[in-house]
Design a protein around this ligand. Structure first.
Ligand code: SAH
Length: 380
């Protein structure tokens, strides 16, 4: 039966002798693709009460229910009606890896068997979820393992939301503590999947969803000027982090090819626009590499860039992804950066990496685990 929410997925013909056997695959629509008003429209069309939509919506988002049978305030016929028309495409944590430092990495299987990774990072003060926004990444940053995967597809809002729910539950189970922060620093470039990321954040922050404060959420980006302006226009309330890594065009383009099309001058203009319209400061993520940006010239250029709008710097440790092309700079080089930045009144924090032993640290997410190996579509 082709129902309200279903669609044809494929049409396969198989010639046997003189007859043709044709199979039409019918896939039910994922109910979480519907907005509350679309769900209301569905119930009204089916001759049901409109308020049922709100009840279902709460089960789906606030309580993250994975099947219709558990929606206990709906009658049996209503649950059957939903089952006929829709599916709930929940993600599944296929493999959990535990680091010696407490970090947990999840291999998250999506409805089409693709896999992304998400990470729970516990510290004394916080429990942070590091979330992916795309399967793979299209950006070719030379130092990042995810770039090697290339981009396969964008994640849907519910797939982003489900990663957060899984980590929230792990925080409660393994640490008896609530999830406190979310960073979009997993696989992918969130600003190249902006609409879905925004939709997910709206649900994460909504009282009907997880009710988290937007100030506890940070979106990290290579810095796409057009999209930074769009975020400012949208008056987003979450934090913005830019993966800068060099404030000199020549070096940045070498590290991050996107800088050739979006040079620092355009990023600068977009950041001014951001601050003018949001009055919110920005964080720069910065790795210092031996022989690449570990000198005074680069440190001074960073200090100058930091003056464009109010900002702070996270000096992040390099997490090696292969044998040797990039190497973490010496402690003296990092100290020189801190001295130059602090000398100009800029807050600079040295961030130690977490979960390196299970390839869960920044830039190491690349589906290296066994589950991904079993699904070759994740390692093209
Ligand atoms: N595309 C987004 C988010 C994903 S990467 C962005 O670029 O911000 C998350 C952070 O990890 C970025 O700051 C990125 O530059 C950094 N990163 C990538 N590879 C790394 C590595 N091997 N070691 C340390 N940090 C890395």
């Amino acid at each position: 039966m082709i129902t309200w929410g279903s669609y044809l997925r494929g049409f396969f013909c198989n010639p046997t002798r003189n007859t043709y056997l044709c199979v039409v695959e019918i896939y039910k629509k994922d109910i979480r693709k519907l907005s509350l008003s679309e769900l209301e429209e569905f119930f009204v069309l089916q001759g049901e009460k409109k308020f049922r939509a709100k009840q279902v919506y709460e089960w789906l988002w606030n309580k993250s229910l994975k099947n219709f049978d558990d929606m206990s305030n709906l009658s049996l016929p209503t649950r059957e009606l939903l089952k006929i028309h829709f599916s709930i495409n929940h993600v599944r944590v296929d493999l959990m890896q535990h680091s010696q430092d407490g970090t947990i990495k999840n291999a998250v299987k999506l409805f089409d068997d693709k896999i992304v990774e998400s990470v729970l990072i516990p510290t004394t003060k916080r429990i942070t979820a590091c979330i992916s926004s795309q399967v793979g990444c299209s950006l070719d940053c030379n130092f990042c393992a995810t770039a090697r995967l290339k981009r396969m597809r964008n994640l849907n809002p519910d797939e982003i939301y489900d990663q957060v729910v899984a980590i929230k539950e792990e925080a409660e189970t393994y640490f008896q503590r609530p999830l406190t922060n979310i960073v979009f620093m997993g696989m992918g470039e969130p600003l190249l999947n902006y609409a879905n990321v925004l939709d997910a954040i709206e649900k994460i922050t909504s009282p009907d969803g997880l009710g988290m404060a937007p100030k506890r959420i940070t979106l990290s980006t290579v810095g796409i000027p057009k999209m930074i302006r769009k975020m400012a226009d949208d008056q987003v309330k979450f934090n913005l982090a830019i993966s800068l890594h060099a404030a000199i065009n020549e070096t940045r383009t070498l590290l991050m090819p996107i800088n050739a099309v979006n040079p620092l001058e355009e990023l600068e203009d977009a950041l001014r626009y951001w601050y003018l319209h949001t009055k919110r400061k920005v964080t720069y993520e910065y790795v210092v590499w031996e022989g690449i940006n570990d000198d005074e010239r680069h440190a001074k250029a960073l200090a100058k860039f930091c003056k464009i709008i109010p900002s702070k710097v996270n000096l992040i440790q390099y997490n090696p992804i292969d044998a040797g092309e990039f190497r973490q700079a010496s402690q003296e080089a990092i100290d020189l950066y801190v001295k130059i930045l602090e000398g100009q009144g800029i807050v600079a924090k040295i961030r130690k990496s977490r979960g390196q032993d299970i390839d869960a640290a920044c830039g190491q997410l690349a589906n290296k685990n066994e589950v991904a190996q079993l699904h070759p579509q994740n390692n093209p």
